[in-house]
Design a protein around this ligand. Sequence first.
Ligand code: F7E
Length: 329
Amino acid sequence: MPPKALITGITGQDGSYLTEWLLGRGYEVHGVVRRTSSLERSRLSHLYVDAAVYGQSLHLHYADLDDPTTLRRVLLRVAPDELYHLAGQSHVGLSFDIPESTCEMTAMGTLRLLEMVRDLSKPVRLFHAGSSEMFGRPAVSPQNEDTPFLPVSPYGAAKVFATQMVRIYREAHGLYAVNGILYNHESPRRGENFVTRKICRAAAAIRDGRQKELSLGDTSARRDWGDARDYVRGMWLSLQQDTPRDYLFASGILHSVQDVVEVAFASVGLDWRQHVRQDPRFMRPAEPTNLVGDASRARAILGWKPEIGFEQLITEMTSAERTQSGSAA
Ligand code: F7E
């Protein structure tokens, strides 16, 4: 019998890469999808149309984090060995505009899932995607798994609640439950309203004459950016250990939004100065500071280290935008 995995958030960037990673290891993969008026499955479409994969080793189920009865039914029917909980409202800026639904999905949605897992007769290994945003403005840099959380956004606060609940259920109820503290991780499949994708997409479109300028918020903001494909490998590794514990996944290197702009525009032979402008609409009410991670534990116990560097990632993302629009040289 192949091992079975269930993924919430399977249609997202991480969910789609994780699906490929697990299928490549012989897993039967099940995903929870929300009903929407448009079929938001573009990141999985290459698998969805493959008759040898979809309905064979990959299965999608309609359910949602705010519909516990259905979600419980899916969990009982699939009876997974591993459960990867990646779903939730993941845009930090947007969480200032829609804090209630952000907390409902990210915080309460995780608690509901933990309650379901607690009741299962067959034990499951649970991975929960935490975030560097939980550290907010930390007193120490770089951060590790023991650094106190000081979130400065509704999203960060919701993730702290969910992460702490995972720890509580692990200790109090003996669940095999793991938090990954994930720093920013990007790819050509990143959502279009995250800053790296927005910049790479614009650089490609300006280069090809489909766009004139790019409006950004705070370009001095700095983040620890890695590649999503490295991070999903870490998720899987963290569930293959005898003892469940939390792991931090980061590159350990800070770059500014301005650095992303310069690499992306230079990669298509453009001078960013002629195209980029600041727009207060994209500024946030509060920004975290010094979010840079120390992934020593993941390196020591899981043998994990990031393989794709910042410049390679941004260059690939920009080039992918040109390929997708059919204009690559
Ligand atoms: O912003 C600044 C913005 O939206 C990065 C999520 O995956 O990583 C992600 O959250 C920085 C911020 O990612 C624009 O103010 C400037 O300082 O790409 P982002 P994020 O907020 O760091 C963490 C770890 C998560 O867990 C989240 O789920 O870029 N910035 N100008 C801008 N950001 C956006 N989106 N758009 C701009 O125009």
